[in-house]
Design a protein around this ligand. Structure first.
Ligand code: EPU
Length: 363
């Protein structure tokens, strides 16, 4: 039980260690949330009950463009366990504050494969459903069972299944404000800043099969002469591929892919192929086509370029990096990152007629 709510909330807290871009910014006020009773203590405190709140997980999907005015809820709820079994799956639960990659490693050691393709994605378990993380042919929604969250107005705990999370490509109900669809006449259902995720449950298949078919992974299979890898082999290969292509946020500040891969119609794609035959694209089941945003940005000459201390990563143009130190010194501001992002969007639009959409949340 928390008996002194005032102690829970700290003022003027530096955030550079709490966002993987390592951008220097402060939270006007921050509460570390180790359990649901900590959320209830904040909600019971008249100073904070009705104040706007911002939920921060591992900070791996945010760009801080200034000090954060809403009360930051820094989620540190831990714990991981097998909670039940069905004929087909192990249902494994983890606290929202658990580190994603460590959780993935743990599931493999316990004998519950299924998350290996998503190894080494930065961030926390609680952030994983927010943007429906994914890599090498597996998305979170493929392995998701359900989650528990707390309503930040009423303090009530509720559970959501996959359909209720409204997963899309790097998207979910947690990325939308309740009013964001109102202009389309749709019922407003967004949970952005309205709920805090407490625990997430995953359904990990008992009849596990490797998910293959990605060029980088196929190459590893050929190099090793293996056609049916184990989950641990896949895990190791995914880690190796990511370490060669993507910057480690502990060394170079970044938030992974900065833009989503855009989807276009077959006609638009044919038009682009006509002008740029080397464009990288993937046909989708519904007839639309996904383009590799990294290729589009690279083709516009952005790889290695910078605005101030914000840069385009030399080995993967989809990733923007902070060229300063990880302690935040001499680093990029959120403004520099966004200026660079806008310049990239403009040049990709002018050359290809495609509007790139950022993946992270801009605060
Ligand atoms: N490419 C270039 N130049 C570049 C970057 C990429 O030509 O500077 C080309 C590559 O050669 C490749 C294609 O673009 O042919 C796609 O690149 P890659 O395989 O690296 O994947 P991606 O589409 O850029 C997506 C996810 C990654 C995920 C990988 C692997 C998104 C926005 N990104 O990247 O997810 O790890 O596929 O599945 O969907 C993330 O979301 O933070 C993330 C890293």
């Amino acid at each position: 039980m928390f008996d002194n709510p005032a102690m829970l909330v700290q003022k003027n807290v530096p955030l550079q260690a709490f966002n993987t871009f390592h951008i220097v910014a402060k939270a006007s006020a921050l509460a570390r949330i180790a359990s649901e009773s900590d959320v209830l203590a904040v909600l019971a405190d008249p100073d904070w009950a009705t104040e706007p709140k911002f939920v921060l997980g591992g900070g791996s999907n945010v760009v801080l463009t200034g000090d954060v005015k809403p009360l930051v809820l820094k989620v540190e709820i831990m714990g991981r366990q097998l909670v039940s079994e069905t004929d087909k799956a192990f249902i494994v639960e983890a606290g929202a504050g658990e580190n994603w990659h460590e959780f993935v490693s743990w599931t493999l050691v316990q004998g519950y494969p299924g998350l290996e393709n998503m190894a080494l994605i930065p961030g926390t378990v609680g952030a994983s459903p927010v943007q429906n993380i994914g890599a090498y042919g597996v998305e979170l929604q493929d392995r998701f069972d359900s989650l528990d969250a707390m309503d930040l107005q009423t303090g009530q705990i509720f559970s959501l299944n996959a359909a209720q999370c409204a997963f899309g490509y790097r998207d979910s109900i947690f990325k939308h404000s309740s009013s964001s669809n109102a202009d389309k006449g749709q019922k407003a259902l967004g949970l952005k800043d309205r709920a805090v995720i407490l625990r997430v449950r995953f359904a990990l298949p008992k009849l596990w099969k490797p998910v293959l078919g990605y060029a980088d992974i196929d190459r590893k299979m050929a190099e090793n002469g293996i056609s049916q890898p184990t989950a641990k082999q896949l895990f190791d290969w995914v880690c190796e591929v990511r370490r060669t292509k993507l910057p480690d946020p502990a060394v170079i500040g970044n938030v992974g892919s900065f833009f989503k891969n855009p989807t276009v119609t077959a006609e638009q794609c044919a038009d682009i192929i006509g002008r740029d035959p080397k464009v990288v694209y993937y046909p989708l089941a519904d007839g639309s086509i996904k383009l590799a945003a990294g290729w589009l940005i690279d083709a516009c000459g952005w790889r290695g370029k910078s605005v101030g201390q914000a840069g385009v990563y030399e080995k993967q143009a989809l990733v923007l990096v902070n060229r300063g130190a990880v302690d935040g010194s001499d680093g990029a501001t959120g403004g520099e990152v966004m200026t660079l992002a806008k310049a990239i969007q403009t040049s990709v639009y002018e050359r290809f007629g495609i509007r790139l959409e950022p993946e992270p949340v801009v605060v």
